[in-house]
Design a protein. Structure first.
Length: 259
């Protein structure tokens, strides 16, 4: 049975027009499985003009999952899509993409943005985007736990988001402890919506504690991991390449960004 081996409090960070709780990376824990970044935003009421302006990503996959509200995704590939509560925006950034996210005005927005590091061999693949509507996300009960499965396999269900390496990502609500089986080779963690992330020990079973949280894990991210703002690469040269590609417009343009 897995147990908690590390716990960290998320810290406040500014992102666009919002203040978020950042649970990953931590100084003493840079990733849980392939997951290298987790921001928790809201709940907050959206005013006119608020949002996340155009910005780049490269070397990662980005998932924005909404507990409440709705938002429009736009990107430098020409995609535009609205996703509501229970749905997700999913980007495979690869060699680079620019995107913007704008919540609907006068609504409450609440969600998480999570990144995985792409395997080194896939850091420069072509970027792509998928909008995942709420009805595409399997929801089921295990004991008293209600689970919405975003990625991976659990209880004979398969999540709609197929990440580049084996992973498990789910939104869980439960009033009592519930035992579930998980792949023994996965790193696993729990992000509690109270602002704490727990890293779990090894094992093929874990007990879901009472509460609401994001269950995440998978095969460990491939090292080395170099963070450069919105880019996660494996070498200084690849970080510099991503920065040049962004500045030179190779990732495309959106809303005058980068020019």
């Amino acid at each position: 049975m897995r147990s908690v081996v590390q716990s960290f409090r998320a810290h406040s960070a500014p992102v666009g027009d919002f203040s978020v709780l950042r649970a990953l990376p931590q100084a003493k824990r840079r990733h849980v499985g392939p997951f290298v970044f987790l921001d928790h935003f809201g709940p907050t009421t959206v005013k006119e003009g608020r949002g996340i302006p155009a910005h780049p990503h490269a070397g990662i996959e980005v998932i924005t999952y909404l507990f409440e509200g709705s938002q429009i995704h736009r990107d430098s590939l020409g995609n535009e899509n609205r996703v509501g509560a229970g749905g997700a925006q999913w980007i495979t950034a690869g060699r680079g993409i620019i995107h913007a996210e704008k919540p609907d005005v006068d609504t409450v927005i609440h969600g998480v943005q999570i990144w995985t590091s792409l395997p080194i061999a896939q850091k420069h693949i072509e970027p792509r985007y998928h909008g995942v509507q709420a009805e595409a996300v399997p929801e089921f009960n295990i004991g008293n736990a209600t689970i919405r499965l975003l990625s991976g396999q659990l209880n004979n269900a398969i999540g709609p988001i197929t990440l580049a390496q084996p992973a498990l990502l789910a939104h869980v609500k439960t009033t009592t402890e519930t035992a579930i089986s998980v792949p023994a080779e996965f790193d696993m963690g729990l992000y509690h919506l109270t602002g704490q992330i727990d890293v779990l020990s090894e094992g093929d079973e874990l007990r879901l504690p009472p509460g609401e949280y994001i269950l995440l894990g998978g095969e460990p991210a491939e090292e080395p991991l170099l963070f450069g703002g919105p880019f996660v690469m494996d070498t200084p040269e690849n970080l510099q390449r991503a920065q040049r590609d962004y500045q030179n417009g190779i990732m495309g343009t959106l809303d005058g960004v980068p020019f």
